[in-house]
Design a protein around this ligand. Structure first.
Ligand SMILES: Cc1cc2nc3c(=O)[nH]c(=O)nc-3n(C[C@H](O)[C@H](O)[C@H](O)COP(=O)(O)O)c2cc1C
Length: 206
């Protein structure tokens, strides 16, 4: 038996619920930003990925809320043109999840959750000491995918500096030790996926 789903005939939330189960496991962007007034912010975004090698570009998409206004992360990026992505590992799952709660714009999740903000070197947004890796990004471009509730506001940022905040993550070959990092990723529903079996496949030749 097969079944199909025509998006135009359904509520967008139904397609969303199916797609987050199908498009995955998704990396989680744990994004710190700062407003013009100096209030810092931290929130997770699993509509997140790397999109270009040169220049190195990371991006996340923040949905407009019920009142069709932008999330704090998006507004801050528009105000101060930067963000810091923190790599999400199993040990920060609770605090990362807690940072997704709807704190008011004048409350910093970083302070509210007792995390340690460290000044970044090249951008205004602070980085979080508790994360294994922090990546400073300068705004490259925003792309609005609509102005209705739920419509994504895509933020693309150029990677300026990568902080390995735990030494054991970098191997002697200068590359990432995945077994030490143990990335956490997002599936559908409220599910997550732990770092699991890894195997290499050599690139093909013609
Ligand atoms: C693991 C995880 C991934 C999330 N991914 C997204 C996402 O890709 N886009 C989005 O708009 N909200 C996402 N959310 C919800 C936001 O984190 C939440 O709306 C948060 O309050 C936004 O914070 P801000 O207004 O401070 O930016 C996610 C939540 C969790 C727990």
């Amino acid at each position: 038996m097969s079944e199909s789903f025509v998006c135009a005939e359904r509520d967008p939330r139904e397609a969303y619920r199916l797609l987050i189960g199908l498009i995955g496991p998704r990396p989680i962007g744990w994004i710190s930003t700062i407003s013009k007034a100096g209030v810092s912010n931290l929130a997770p975004y699993s509509f997140f990925n790397m999109f270009s090698m040169n220049p190195p570009i990371l991006g996340f998409s923040a949905a407009l809320n019920r009142e069709a206004s932008g999330k704090d992360s998006f507004r801050n990026v528009q105000e101060t043109a930067c963000f810091v992505h923190h790599v999400v590992t199993e040990d920060v799952i609770e605090v990362m999840n807690q940072s997704s709660a709807e704190y008011p714009p004048d409350v910093s999740e970083i302070e509210a959750l007792g995390l340690t903000a460290v000044a970044s070197d090249l951008v205004e947004a602070p980085r979080i000491q508790e994360a294994a890796v922090a990546i400073e990004c300068r705004l490259f471009k925003t792309v609005s995918l609509g102005n209705q509730p739920g419509n994504g506001q895509l933020v693309l940022g150029e990677v300026l500096k990568i902080h390995f905040q735990r030494k054991e993550i970098l191997g002697e070959d200068g590359l990432v030790r995945e077994d030490q990092l143990r990335l956490l990723s997002r599936l559908g529903k409220t599910n997550y996926m732990r770092f699991g079996e890894v195997f290499a496949v050599p690139r093909p030749t013609v």
